[in-house]
Design a protein around this ligand. Structure first.
Ligand code: 13P
Ligand code: SF4
Length: 326
């Protein structure tokens, strides 16, 4: 029975590989994707890396295994390429929390404020921003935008927890828009989880994503994007210094969506990783399956389309981020 299932899986993977070659397509996958999806992707990474890969590739079709705002970002940056989201139900609930009308109202209320939006937003909202940021660079971007625009106030949305992290890097006042934007998956991780995990694994270093609540951010050893978290754990494996401090220990408490564990275990073998909360699961990220990827490659659908006027304005805000990062 198991052998039959393995043979079927092998056949399916081979079919996907053949389709990719025939159609000049690549698969880009986010760090939270199912293990079998990560394993067939040309590249697995965080939001910023995926946006950069989408620009760099010469493939004509990008099968994007992530959520809607990531695929939209790839489409906005690559109007000439076909971006396909295998399951169009993969919609990030956080991005939905900041409709353009809410942002427009906040801008009217604070006409002198600069506007920095997390990439986890709708394209229509991005079109109203001065600059986009990702979890990998929120602090660098708010610092740069405050300086460039000589702004004493920054509207920042939709994640109030990333806003808390960004606030530490600038003297400008960061106003979260909306007031209570958050990621439902990261909100599964509460302080008691951290305290329990630390008691169980006292030698372990804590590495969390900035979408975690402030109480967790304040008690961690490292805060980084999903790929940044992998890098920190790998560097530790190589015995290198991480951000100036030598880290002892080979165990990590991981504060993010559990999908990251697959990459961590693959890329840092021999290390031990414990999720702070096993319930920190993003159902939308798990929607893409090998079956749906195969169907998407066959049909080249569903294609991600961003209306041209919106795309042009959103592109400016995303490119501003890329310019600042250099
Ligand atoms: P990263 O860019 O760090 O991968 O974060 C994306 C995300 O949606 C985290 O929930
Ligand atoms: Fe959105 Fe949270 Fe899922 Fe990331 S983990 S895609 S922020 S719902």
């Amino acid at each position: 029975m198991i052998n039959k299932m393995r043979a079927e899986r092998r056949e399916q993977v081979e079919k996907i590989e053949r389709l990719k070659r025939r159609k000049n397509a690549i698969i880009l996958a986010h760090n939270y994707q199912r293990p079998e999806v990560q394993d067939i992707a040309e590249f697995v990474g965080d939001s910023l890396e995926l946006a950069r890969k989408a620009v760099a590739t010469t493939a004509e079709i990008i099968i994007f295994c992530g959520v809607d705002f990531m695929a939209e970002t790839a489409a906005v940056l690559n109007p000439e390429k076909k971006v396909v989201l295998p399951d169009k139900g993969a919609v990030c609930p956080m991005a939905q929390q900041l409709p353009p009308a809410v942002l427009a109202a906040a801008k009217r209320e604070h006409p002198d404020a600069a506007v920095v939006l997390y990439v986890n937003t709708l394209a229509e909202s991005k079109a109203l921003a001065d600059c986009i940021c990702t979890s990998a660079n929120a602090q660098e971007i708010v610092r740069a935008v405050a300086k460039a625009k000589d702004a004493s106030t920054i509207l920042f949305g939709p994640d109030r927890n990333l806003a808390y992290h960004a606030q530490k890097a600038t003297a400008a006042k960061i106003i979260p828009v909306p007031e209570y934007g958050l990621c439902p998956s990261h909100h599964q991780i509460v302080l008691q989880d951290l305290e329990r995990a630390k008691a169980e694994h006292p030698r372990a270093k804590v590495v969390v994503h900035p979408e975690c609540i402030p109480e967790v951010q304040d008690r961690t050893d490292f805060i980084a994007s999903t790929s940044g978290m992998v890098k920190i754990c790998r560097q530790q494996q190589a015995g290198e210094e991480v951000e100036g401090s030598a880290v002892a220990g080979d165990e990590f408490l991981i504060g993010t969506e559990v999908g990251l564990l697959h990459r961590l275990e693959k890329e840092a073998p021999g290390k031990r990783f414990y999720p702070l909360s096993a319930t920190a699961v993003c159902p939308q990220m798990k929607m893409h399956t090998l079956e749906k990827i195969e169907a998407a490659l066959e049909s080249e659908e569903p294609v991600v389309v961003v209306e041209r006027g919106v795309a042009e304005k959103a592109r400016r805000a995303i490119e501003r981020m890329l310019e600042i990062l250099g």
